[in-house]
Design a protein around this ligand. Structure first.
Ligand code: CMC
Length: 426
């Protein structure tokens, strides 16, 4: 296999190294091209640009493959649990018994947030979007737990704090939005059961977590845990490359996740299904609208930058969704609309030709609804799931001593011109 690429520019040939990944993926290393030739490469939206070499997640969009540290997502979703998967992503290998127990204990014992931080909730408007609250609270954590990072132990402590406290911050933002008192974490509960407790328990009632619901939530978090160099993860790595602390870097990732083209799509899917239902449920009409570019409407939950076959996470979630609805005896009319939409879109030439398949967000919203999570908390759920991935990517970037991220550009504005005093301007 050639390990040198040749590029011809202005009648000169330049040799550039070819990098090959462990799954045979190939890249041309263009980092010296500008110094050699004066040219840069241009790739808006990074559609064909590798920003790093990473050993965390392997994704083959053409064949619908997703693996964390080599382990297929299907096996992890079936046999592992969220905290074990988090350890795997962050530290590179599955933990032994002691390592797992110590990690779980660390995450469990850091779920409380500083009482002074509780006061911040009084400053947010009651209708504040919980993603705005989450991003702000995570950034604020850096002021309460300033990073020192003198020893490896400091980083591990910060990791445990983030994993633990993001669930508390998220659940409390929901309690605040409905004007209820916050529920303190319970260390006897598992990660997901504790989150459900903080979301749905009331001081006035006994609340028992349904273990099947906690399991389904755990599976959802596993499926969201990492997805290589997506928009929010790249944001975390870019922010962290300036040596910004872990809280600040993750907070910027939360903000990037918020948009409807990324993590915000799960909320947008449910809103779309509700609109379709409200307006009579004529699925064909909506599919036609999605195909008509001038309508500005897209089928939310369809399409993906890298999956051009199917999203393996969507398959697992679809099944989990059916199981939970059955367990809870819920019949959700939105699920019927989603299934019809999927059926029509998957047999339509527009979607087939453009390789647009349901993505992870298409079904996750239905599952969150069944669990009782309000719509504007869906993207927060995605953020809780993505936390170990962001942490793993930040850690890999820092340990690899990657340089500060600083892309170049092609300037298209006015060329040099002289300033004119305002009274002389026409
Ligand atoms: N409905 C209708 N047409 C679509 C859709 C859609 N959902 N998605 C893409 N297309 C069309 C698009 O109009 C374009 O057509 P053409 O080639 O004729 O111009 C073509 O398919 C390629 O689309 P693109 O926008 O150039 O592709 P992209 O890779 O830049 O965008 C995407 C990927 C996910 C942003 C896009 O498919 C989309 O907007 N989907 C809906 C939002 C969504 O579900 N996002 C969640 C992604 S999964 C969660 C995550 O990992 O972030």
């Amino acid at each position: 296999m050639a390990n040198i690429a040749e590029i011809k520019l202005d009648n000169k040939t330049y040799e550039l190294p070819v990098v090959v990944g462990s799954e045979g993926e190939k890249a041309i290393d263009i980092s010296t091209l500008r110094d050699l030739s004066g040219y840069i490469t241009l790739d808006t939206g990074f559609k064909n640009t590798g920003s790093t070499q990473s050993a965390i997640t392997f994704l083959d969009g053409e064949n619908g493959i997703l693996r964390y540290r080599g382990y297929p997502i299907e096996q992890l979703a079936e046999k592992s649990n969220f905290l074990e998967v988090s350890y795997l992503l962050i530290y590179g290998e599955l933990p032994n018994k002691e390592q797992l127990a110590s990690f779980i204990s660390g995450v469990t014992h850091h779920t409380l947030i500083h009482e002074d931080m509780k006061k911040f909730y009084e400053g947010f408007p009651s209708k504040a979007h919980p993603m705005g609250v989450l991003a702000s609270m995570i950034a604020a954590m850096s002021t309460f737990y300033p990073d020192v990072y003198k020893t490896e132990g400091d980083v591990d402590l910060t990791i445990q704090r983030l994993m633990a406290k993001c669930a508390t911050v998220a659940a409390w933002s929901y309690k605040k939005s409905i004007g209820h008192p916050v529920m303190y974490p319970q260390n006897r509960l598992s990660y997901c059961a504790n989150f459900l407790h903080m979301m749905f328990a009331q001081p006035t009632d006994d609340y028992h977590v349904n273990p099947k619901v906690a399991d389904a939530l755990d599976k959802l978090l596993i499926l969201h845990a990492d997805h290589e160099q997506n928009c929010s993860t790249s944001t975390v790595r870019v922010a962290g490359s300036s040596q910004a602390n872990l809280y600040a870097s993750i907070s910027s990732g939360v903000s990037a996740l918020w948009g409807p083209l990324h993590g915000g799509a799960n909320q947008a899917v449910i809103e779309m299904l509700q609109t379709i239902r409200k307006e009579g449920g004529n699925i064909g009409e909506w599919v036609a609208k999605a195909k008509d570019k001038s309508s500005g409407f897209r089928l939310m939950g369809f399409g993906h930058r890298v999956y051009k076959n199917f999203d393996p996470r969507a398959k697992i979630i679809k099944k989990a969704c059916d199981d939970v609805l059955q367990e809870l005896g819920i019949k959700d009319p939105l699920l019927d609309i989603a299934k019809q939409l999927e059926e029509i879109a998957l047999t339509d030439n527009y979607f087939i030709e453009k390789k647009l398949y349901p993505n992870v967000d298409f079904y996750s919203g239905i599952l969150y609804r069944a669990i009782g999570i309000p719509t504007d908390m869906f993207t927060v759920m995605f953020a809780i799931g993505r936390m170990p991935g962001w942490i793993a990517q930040w850690k890999e970037m820092r340990e690899g001593k990657e340089p500060i991220a600083r892309p170049r550009q092609i300037y298209t504005g006015p060329v040099n011109r002289d300033y004119v005093l305002v009274e002389k301007r026409k």
